[in-house]
Design a protein around this ligand. Sequence first.
Ligand SMILES: Nc1nc2c(ncn2[C@@H]2O[C@H](COP(=O)(O)OP(=O)(O)OP(=O)(O)O)[C@@H](O)[C@H]2O)c(=O)[nH]1
Ligand SMILES: [Zn+2]
Length: 381
Amino acid sequence: MMEFEEDREEAPPLLDAAQDDEDVPQLVDSAGEPQVKVPITIVTGYLGAGKTTLLNYILNEQHGKKIAVILNEFGNSSDIEKSLTVNTEEGKVEEWLDLANGCLCCSVKDTGVNAIESLMARRGAFDYILLETTGLADPGNIAPIFWVDDGLGSTIYLDGIVTLVDAKNILRSLDAPTPEETPEDHGQGPHLTTAHLQISHADVIVLNKTDIVSADELDAVRARIRAINALARIHETAYSAVPRLEGVLLDLHAYNAVPVEELDFARKGHSHLDPTISTIALEVPVLAEEKLAALDSWLQALLWEGTLLGGEAEGIEVHRTKGRIELASGGVKLLQGVREMFEFTDSREGAGGEGSGGKIVLIGKGLDEEKFAASLAKALT
Ligand SMILES: Nc1nc2c(ncn2[C@@H]2O[C@H](COP(=O)(O)OP(=O)(O)OP(=O)(O)O)[C@@H](O)[C@H]2O)c(=O)[nH]1
Ligand SMILES: [Zn+2]
């Protein structure tokens, strides 16, 4: 079972994670051959937060896994090559990825995936891929590249987004951003910063540099992060030294599993401490199968148009969506989304609920829980 408490307790020994079903690599049938899909974790965080320190920590701690590290560092638009460090038995090998555009997120959607697949074809498959973004990257632009449909037979899958947060500087970045901390293409008000985007998309937050802040400062930072993203698990570290890798940073399955306790946890985290981004949790009654279309339409209006069906709201921008929908038939649908992309899948555990209904958790801007709940209720009746 996963833990959702803030992680300060004793760390179990490395790689001692229980081998439950969720840890088994997914098998897909591609051209008749069963194939193990390789997980990719996106590592993001503001300039100097400790991303490189974290990647080095992982490469040093993780023995027995062949890990490829992709650095999406681009200075300017003429720089079209991406460095790729492959961690092999013999040490680190540097590779270069040719991408059509300088930036992974600006290139055609499947370029990043294709580049990695062709690299694996040349060098042999990796067990794991870590993608370090630049400090100014918006992970919401990068995640959809790697969150590809199973049906497309991709050999990689998005495992999760890990965001490094600099405990000393994060509040300043959120409250008094410098111009470069405020992405221009999000011109809906001065307060949506790169730091917000990196926190709102995170599945895991590594709250780093705890060695240089007081306990009170740390409390304030933790509360602020929790207010923005109540779904993410927070791990407090010095020098990015997380207690263990498995289930903490690696093999999160954040884009397929939707544990009940995770949604319940998000509900408790609810607060209005951050004026820009918040997390809301909406109750969904047990649904007749045919009501799924209505829910789908409600989500389309919200995620594609930024509007609330049958209600009024402005400036909505949803970054992350997760949910579990209980069906009258006894089945459970899982809902996953990042930005405008979302999908329903059938829960593999089958019926998990006690008939008490489901839940949808949203993280983003302009989320008013009461208005959203009213609009959703209307759409579903
Ligand atoms: N005091 C302290 N310093 C840290 C900690 N973690 C990292 N540093 C230092 O902070 C600096 C930046 O760390 P990096 O790991 O390079 O940060 P980064 O996020 O990769 O930085 P960019 O690639 O420039 O965006 C380095 O000098 C690290 O040694 C920490 O927990 N405490
Ligand atoms: Zn770095």
